[in-house]
Structures are given as C-alpha cells and as structure tokens.
Design a protein around this ligand. Structure first.
Ligand code: GLN
Length: 206
C-alpha cells in the first residue's frame, strides 16, 4: 500500500465526487466502488451522504450487500457520513422496514432526527482527534446517534440549541461516522483522520 492507501467511495448514489476529491487531497488514492471486484481492491471505504434507503436497495441490486458485510466483519476501515452513518449502524429508527444496514458500528441512529423545521443547519463542533480548532459541520436532513455501545467512542456532540448534547460523530476501532458532511466545506481534517486510520490499520496488519 505504501504511503497512499487505496480508499473507495461507495458510488451507488449520493455525493460521491466530493469525497473522491477530499480523499485525494488528504493523501489517498481514491476510487469509486460499484462492483464487488472494486470493493476487493480497497484498503478502506467511505459511504457518502445521500438517501440511506435508496443506497440499501442499490447495495442489493449491485450484489454488494453481502460482500460489504463480509469485508466489514473482517475489519475493513470505513467512514460513513450522514446516510453512510445510518448504513453502518446496528440499529436504525424511523426507517423503512425493508431497509438493510451493515451492523459495523454498535450504535442506534435516528433518521431525519433534527426534524423538518431544521432540515439543514451548520454548527461549529469540537471533534476528538481533530486538531486545529472546531470543525464547521454541515447537517442535511441528518441522523443523530441515540445510543452507543460500550466500545464506541463519542467524537462530537451538538454544542448548543435544541439538540444540544446529541451525539453526531463516533468511532469504533477503524470504523467512523459523522452525521454531518465534511466533504462540502473544503476542510480536510476529518478525511485526513480517516486516511490515517486506514494507514495505521494496514500497518498493523502487515
Ligand atoms: N435523510 C437521509 C437518509 O435518511 C440522509 C441525508 C444525507 O445523507 N444528507 O438517508
């Protein structure tokens, strides 16, 4: 792998291009993943924002659901943003009964949790593991995390307002998730944190 890990972006739906650009800028080789053979080629995977129920359906249509479950179970580092957080969760509230998720993070998330009036908003968040001051976080019909398992580290909570204290960034080993979209602000620090996670995970395995 060398200094540049290959990181895939699940490219079925959602804001794929922004993540590819951010990953390249953060020091990875980035590729879109739409086929099992592409999944086989990556050292880590980003699941972008979009619509989690649609992505769940497309994972089945593209024969990626079981291969992805298997790779995550085997320790594939992953980072999910917004809908990606929902897909990585072990339990999802307010979703469709037929929606699949991947069980890679021991968290319960609620979809569209911030309510309709506040569909989209921004906040400055302190994110554990991210140095250099707060991260400008953009939330778009975002989920929040209602419960975390004992192995899950909370990386960030909403600092103020009606949702103060809600958990919006987590990590469990090499799997990370944020309710917000770091790929739209040009701030690469969250992507760098994931690229470093992928790099050190593979070093351990070598
Ligand atoms: N509300 C979307 C969902 O449930 C997530 C929105 C997003 O990814 N920006 O999947």
């Amino acid at each position: 792998m060398g200094r540049f890990p290959t990181i895939g972006v699940l490219a079925l739906q959602g804001d794929v291009r922004e993540h590819l650009t951010a990953l390249e800028a953060a020091g990875a080789r980035a590729i879109g993943v739409r086929r099992p053979s592409e999944l086989d080629a990556v050292d880590g995977l980003v699941i972008p924002g979009g619509e989690s129920t649609t992505m769940s359906r497309l994972l089945q249509v593209f024969d990626l659901l079981e291969p992805l479950r298997a790779r995550l179970k085997a320790g594939l580092p992953a980072y999910g943003s917004c809908a990606g957080m929902i897909l990585l969760a072990s339990q999802v509230l307010d979703t469709r009964p037929d929606a699949e998720h991947l069980d890679a993070l021991d968290i319960t998330v609620r979809r569209n949790a911030f309510g309709r009036q506040v569909d989209s908003f921004e906040a400055d968040l302190t994110v554990a593991g991210v140095e250099g001051g707060p991260v400008r976080a953009v939330f778009i019909r975002a989920p929040w995390v209602e419960e975390v398992g004992s192995d899950v580290e909370v990386l960030a909570t909403v600092p103020e307002g009606p949702a103060a204290g809600r958990v919006v960034a987590v990590r469990q080993g090499a799997v990370m998730a944020t309710s917000f979209h770091p790929e739209v602000t040009g701030d690469l620090r969250v992507h760098r944190l994931f690229v470093d996670t992928v790099r050190s995970g593979s070093l351990r395995a070598e």
